[in-house]
Each structure stands twice: as C-alpha cells, then as structure tokens.
Design a protein around this ligand. Structure first.
Ligand SMILES: [Fe+2]
Length: 353
C-alpha cells in the first residue's frame, strides 16, 4: 500500500506499506474501497491527497445534515399544511448553511495549498453513499479546475459552496423518483428537472448567501447551445461558475457506479465531455478540466491499440492520455513514450494480465 486507508467514517483500515493479499482486498471492498494506490517497481511518485480524509468526512457529515434537515422540513410542511415552525426552521437552516460555508473555506485552503494537483479515480471514487460524496466530489473537481482557471479567491469561495449545494433542490423531489432503479419516464424526468429551480427558490431568500451560490444551483443544468434547463440559456448568458459545476457534475456522475448503470472509465468520460464541448459544455472549461484529470494514473494497467497490455509509468500533465508506459509483451518488456509513438494509443483500462 502506498498510503494509509480510511473508510468513509474515517476509521483507519490499512497501513501504508502493508502487503495486499486476497483477505485484505476483500476487507477493503467490504468497506467500500475499490481503488487504492500501490507501491511497486514502477512507482516513484510522491502521492498527495486531494483533500484530507478528515475534511472529506466533515464535509460529508455537514452536507448530510443540511440535506436531511431540508428533507424533514419538506415532509413536515406537506403533512401539516401550515407554517407554524417556519421561523425556527429558517434559523436552523441558516445554521446548517453557515456551517457548510465554513467547511467550504477549509476545502479551498486544503486544495489551494497543494501545487500541481491532478485527480484520479482513486481520489474521488472510494466511497459509497453517492448523494453526499457526489456533492464533495463536484466541489473538489470544480475547485481544481477553478484554480487552474485562475479564479479569484472570492469566486473560488462561491464555487466551492455552490458546488456543494448545487443539488439541494433534490430534497424537494419525491423519493420514488430520486431513488428509482430504472430509467425515468418522461413525466418523472420533468419532475426531476424541477430540482434546479426549486433549489434556487429555496436559497433565494437566504439574504446573506451570495447570489453566485444561488445561481450555480439554478443554472448547473443549462447547456451552452441552449438545450438545457430550466431556462434554456445559451453560452455567455450562463454564469461561468455554473458552467464549471456542470462539467464536474457530469464527469463525477458518469464515472460513478449507480444502481441503474455501470461506471464508465475516466478516459471515456473525458471523451464524452470533449464530444459535447461547445454544445453542452463550455469548450475552454472542458479543456482546462481535462488537464487536471489523470485518466490512467501511474501503475494502472491499460490495453493498447495493438492489443498489447502495458503498465503506466509516468504521466505528464499536458498529455495525460499519452503517458510513458511499459509494454508487458510475452517476449520482452519495453518502455515506450506515447507522445513520440504516435501510431499507438491507449484504448482503455485493462482488467486482466
Ligand atoms: Fe443537478
């Protein structure tokens, strides 16, 4: 193991330096750990955590509390039909949002301290509990892109909190639709699409909350060609921070394991973003975003266009799809720099040797 491993309650699971065996792999997967960093003859990089496990846990707990509180209040309102407790609700709601604001500052501090940060699936995909982890992942991915885009500190603060709260409107969507195992019907999808407007409406009267945060919740499903919702805004009319969250949101959703769909590999998710760059997503944001994502981290096993299998040895930031690899051919191992070897491309992650 190249790093200590903790579960999503921050309980220590496995020490750096431990040697993996079947028993330990089983223990990790039971605890929702599907990706780990390992140390072997190919690894010579120092590995940095994108955010510390402690801050991730704090952020997840706070988002969970905020979402649960919104949910409970909605149910209460539906059943009682009057708003006797509205004042105490608002007070409590503000406490939750203030707490989340503090945590979003910690997230920025933690992330911006690290130079040359890149993200691989190991950093964001090790946790179950999709709803809340998704909010943190979108915040982390958005901020890494935002730092690369040289956003001001104020923008980064708004981006961080806006990304964490972007789906708060989902607390207003019936659970049967939200947790449905299969594809949504047109009617259900129409209801689902209301979440961005509902989230915005709810945050709107929270006067101390920056309008940037509210607009992120409102516009994160708008598409630059005007085919998004709720308003069908185009290009420049969509707020820049909402465009960043939109890219991060889709990347994290595509690479996540969902009950109704298997996750797609990071390289395919990046290709999807590129294919829709200029249509759904802002092309420059996709380009910046993809620089910060490592689809094939050092040590991953990949399949090549000539059918051979290779191990990734070194990744450069600018050409993360064309790393230096060692081809594991039957006759002789050889190391190839894919930037120079133009005829050879990686076709995907390999799962067998
Ligand atoms: Fe959403």
């Amino acid at each position: 193991m190249a790093k200590n491993i903790y579960d999503n309650r921050n309980t220590f699971l496995l020490k750096k330096g431990a040697v993996l065996n079947n028993h330990l792999i089983k223990k990790l997967t039971v605890n929702g750990i599907y990706y780990v960093y390992i140390e072997d003859e190919f690894s010579d990089n120092e590995l940095k955590d994108v955010i510390s496990p402690e801050i991730r846990k704090k952020a997840v707990d706070s988002i969970k509390e905020t979402f649960t509180y919104f949910n409970q209040f909605n149910e209460y309102k539906e059943n009682c039909q009057y708003s006797m407790n509205e004042r105490s609700f608002i007070k409590k709601r503000n406490e939750h949002l203030e707490n989340l604001t503090e945590i979003s500052k910690e997230l920025i501090n933690d992330i911006s301290k690290k130079e040359n940060l890149v993200i691989s699936l190991v950093d964001i995909k090790n946790y179950d509990d999709y709803t809340y982890q998704h909010c943190i992942n979108v915040a982390v991915l958005s901020m890494v892109a935002g730092i690369e885009l040289n956003l001001s500190n104020k923008d980064l603060k708004n981006l961080s909190l806006g990304a964490m709260l972007h789906d708060i409107g989902k607390t207003f969507i019936p659970k049967e639709i939200l947790n449905k195992d299969g594809k949504l019907s047109d009617e259900e999808f129409d209801i689902m699409r209301k979440h961005s407007l509902l989230g915005y409406k709810y945050l709107k009267d929270c006067s101390w909350l920056s309008s940037a945060v509210k607009i992120i919740a409102l516009q994160h499903h708008e598409k630059v060609n005007g085919s998004g919702y709720p308003k069908g805004l185009k290009g420049k009319d969509i707020y820049k921070l909402a465009k960043i969250v939109s890219v991060a949101d889709v990347y994290d959703a595509l690479t996540s394991n969902r009950p109704y769909r298997k996750p797609i590999a990071p390289n395919e998710a990046l290709e999807y973003l590129y294919a829709n760059g200029g249509e759904h997503f802002d092309y420059d944001i996709v380009k910046t975003f993809s620089k910060k994502i490592i689809p094939y981290p050092v040590g991953s096993l990949v399949t090549l266009s000539n059918g051979e299998t290779a191990v990734v040895k070194k990744v450069t930031k600018e050409f993360s799809l064309r790393p230096i690899i060692t081809i594991l051919s039957k006759s002789k191992k050889r190391t190839v720099n894919l930037i120079k070897e133009k005829n050879l491309v990686i076709t995907g992650l390999s799962h067998n040797l």
